[in-house]
Every structure is written in structure tokens, then in C-alpha cells.
Design a binder for this molecule. Sequence first.
Ligand code: ADP
Length: 397
Amino acid sequence: MKILVVNAGSSSLKYQLFDMDTQDVLAKGLCERIGIDGRYKYSAAGKEEIKGDYPMPTHADAIKLLTKNLTDPEIGVISSMDEIDAVGHRVLTAGDIYSDSVFIDDTVKKVIRDCIPIGPLHNPANLTGIEACAEVIKDVPQVAVFDTGFHMTMPPKAFLYAIPYRYYEEYRLRKYGFHGTSHRYVSGKAIEMLGNPHAKIVTCHLGNGSSCAAVKDGKVIDTSMGLTPLEGLPMGTRSGNLDPAVLGFIGDHEGKSASEIVTMLNKESGVLGVSGVSSDFRDLEAAANEGNERARIALDMFIYSVRKYIGAYAAAMGGIDAVVFTAGIGENNGRIRAAIMEGLEFLGFELDQEKNLKTREQADVSAPGAKAKTLVIPTNEELVIAMDTMNIVLQRA
Ligand code: ADP
């Protein structure tokens, strides 16, 4: 069975084609600057990557280009799009309507549309991707996998905000959490590694956007992102948690609207905002090492914040068996992992420092005998989407 996984953004579309018999990625690509001018990258297993400019006024043009590349006699991996059994879409949110992945029909599309107020940037783009596939790859079954889905097991005490209850009743205003597919994948792998389905785990997805989740008995009981991905840890360009009165303060002093301030908190804040250097943690570390004080503080704020979530979630779960690190920073940066875990010996953590600094693959980087484990687990959201898509298509057959 062959499954195409699509992640459509407002001006981009990422995709991977899976052979589900082997779980191998046959080909993958990225279309960018859709609606602007159009740029793309494509690579197939064992073949050289190609990239270039290609006019893509709409997402349907991006799907046409991926069709052309995937079926190309030279660089393609299939002879016709009929070989694709289904398409799985990464969709930001179906609010609290769906937690599990679903076959896409008109009802599901309406739910995704109705949830645009919760995902104003992503849900419209995800819908565009779904429509584009329906237009170009005719009659192919499509499945939606929701980024908020895995977090839907949170109890009200974790997902409600302490504001008048009517906002929840009228607008479903609550914490949803994001990166759910990643937290689900790595917590599942951690449970396998620990051999304990009841393990108490804190998963740390640390990338451009970062979030932590508390997972107990394989279910999320709390997570750091909120109604939108702005809540929680300070990130590349997002502020994370702050006193909500900051909005009023800036509005009063600078005459900015709430939405202008929220844009500033999303795009100009986080480690970029504090350091003035970069949102990329590689640049940030390099600047800190060269003595840039604000870069050092920004890095320390991030590390401190992740450590506080680990402590808070250990308390929330009544114990902790493992911390999992994943995504760009979590998988690749042993120095930041070590800095986060420093001082957490009282919870039973101890690192094998050398192994931790070296590893970039799935590994237990704890010192021998450590009571609580520190795990590095590369995430694979696309594989989860492909698996869910396959299972739903097989169930319907
Ligand atoms: P996203 O998928 O959210 O765009 P990623 O998970 O790719 O983000 O994470 C991007 C972050 O990971 C950047 O801040 C980058 O500095 C960091 N990162 C990526 N690769 C490495 C690496 N090899 N070493 C250190 N940091 C890395």
C-alpha cells in the first residue's frame, strides 16, 4: 500500500510518499512560495535531490507538480497516481469534536472549517490542501490526522482557563495543545523502550516551536501549548507564558491593538526577541559562546522553562519515570539536554554525559542505574499520519 502524507501551510506544502509494506519513504518534497512565485525541492530514495523555481499560483498547482515529479520516468517512483491508495493530511485542529484521525467527508470538512477561529492560520491552509488533492488526484480516499488530537484526554482542570465559564461554553475557548502527533509517537516509543505501559513520562518537543506534555498510562494529562501555540515555553519567536496584563500595558503605552500585540508575541518574541540575535538555537548558542549576554540569557530562559515544566508535570503525575527529548533541538543538541536535566537528580535523573553529547539517534542517555530515564527519540509525525491513514482506509475496505 502507498500513502501520500501532506502537510499544507498557507504558502507551502510538504509531502512524503510511504510504501507501507516496508514503512520506507519512497520520495519527499517541499513546495514553497505558493501564490507568490513558487519554489520546490524533491528527492527520491537513492536519487539526487532536485530543486528549482516553478510557478505555483495555487495549492492545486503544487499537487500537479508533485504528481509530475512522482511519476517522472527519470526521478519518479511510481508510474501513475493510481498507485497511491490514500492521502493523509496533517490538520491543525478539529477542536474538541474529533480526537482520533478520521476519513475526510463533507461533515469533517465542515468541522475543520468551523474550527478556523481556533486555527486561523493553519486550518484554512489544511482545507486548501484537501481540496487541491481532491481536484488533482481524483477519488483518492483522504484522512485527517489532527495535531491537537492526542491532547484531548486532558481533564477540565488542565484544559480550562480560569476566566468566566461562558467563554468556554460559547466559543470552546480552552487549552487544546499542539504537536500532538509528535508527542503521541515519542511517548509510544518511550513506553516500548521502558517496557511499561503505565509509565509517567514528560515528552519535550523542542524545535522552532516547542512544547512539553505529561503522559501517564499512554494518555496526555497536561500540555504546555494552549488555545494557540503561543502558550508555554519561550520558543524561537514566540513568547510563551507571560502575565496577560502585559497585553494591556503595551496596548496602553504604544496604542497597539490586541491582534498587533499577539502578532508581536508570535513573531518577534521568544529567544529572538530577548537576544536580538536569532530564532535559531545554533546561532543563539554561537553568540552566547562569543560572550553575547542577551543570547546567554535567552538560552538560559529556555532551559529554565523546560526544567520547570518537567518538575511541574512530575508533581502533576505524582512521579516521573522518563523525560523524552525530540525535534530539532531535542534530538540534536546534547548540551541543551544536559543543561535542562542539571539539578534534576532529586527526581532520579542522571545522565551518561558522554553518551548524551554524542547521540543523535534513538537512545537511553541515562547513567547506568538512574531511577528515571532520559531518552532521545527522533520524532516521525509523517509515519504516524501514514499509519493512521492506512488503518482507516483498511477498516473501510
Ligand atoms: P520546526 O520543525 O518546528 O521548524 P525543528 O524541529 O526543525 O523545527 O527545529 C529547529 C530548531 O532546531 C532550530 O532552532 C535549530 O537551531 C535546532 N537544530 C536543528 N538541527 C540542529 C543541530 N544539528 N544541532 C543543534 N540544533 C539544531
